[in-house]
Design a protein around this ligand. Sequence first.
Ligand code: UT7
Length: 320
Amino acid sequence: MPLRSVVLGCGAYLPRRIVTNEELATRVDTTDEWIVQRTGIKQRHVAAEGEFTSDLALAAARDAVAHAGIGVDEIDLVIVATATPDNTFPATATRVQHKLGMARGFAFDVQAVCSGFVYALGVADNFIKSGQVKTAVVIGAETFSRILDWTDRQTCVLFGDGAGAVVLRGEEASERGILSTHLHSDGDNYDLLYVDGGPSSTGTVGHLRMEGRKVFVHAVQRLAEVVEEALSAQQLTARDIDWLVPHQANKRIIDGVGKKLGLDAAHVVVTVDRHANTSAASIPLALAEAVHDGRIKRGELVLLEAMGGGFTWGSALIRW
Ligand code: UT7
């Protein structure tokens, strides 16, 4: 049995303020019916003024560390997957490291937008498997409300703020843990989902821009491929999967992947109705919910998948 990164605990944090579709319909030309029908989204959480990505990340990390039952002195590595850092630099993860009370270890951000959590999990898993790190906290945290064009109905209805986290620990000869991660990107479609600002291009923060229909088509294709890749790498079939925990962008995409795998809808974790698309935070938020409410149990096979701007896409297969 190999050295594996075992998930010791999960955590989550959602800002208090909830914005419903009805409230959005008072600001832009949209309806609750359109949003629910096209996306499955009913509401989203929005960070308060002065509440930063690092605050969300810290709350989720503390929750995960408490659930894992470890001390902060045991943590070697903190990774924050985010496309909405507090500042252009330094990494939001260093602020989280400090506020957690860590006096050692190292921390950095990973930027792969909606695939960020799966990327960060892959990075942490490799640090653990190489023996350089024993215990890692992997966080997905976003405040997309800060980069939305609130006059653009095609994008502002789709996203929300939040954070989720997991604690990983390297364990020898373990049947449990991350079995594999598969990461991909293709910059050919950079302009289909991007932010029209940045420190090196415009000197502004910019707003999210997306050609939704084109992204949708790519998402369905890429996610089907990466799920297939994960299963065949482990010589498993769709029947072996106990839980699909997908990136939460659109209920129609989630249903499509679930159907392709032949999974009963009851075994697909869905939070998009309440959280909307929280980018890198969506998978760890969904994981935390399904673990804390007792759905995902020890020993079960959990498949994560995500696709986002870049494009980036990837999967992780975990024996819980
Ligand atoms: O997380 C990263 C990955 N991102 C994704 O996976 C997102 C992928 N894309 C999607 O989820 C969907 O494409 C959307 C939800 C963004 C859009 O759904 P769609 O079924 O592809 O709609 P559409 O963009 O083709 O727009 C259909 C119509 C258009 O009107 P016309 O041209 O048919 O008259 C839009 O102008 O719906 C209109 N529309 C809206 N109407 C009411 C677009 N946004 C809205 C809105 N309210 N908020």
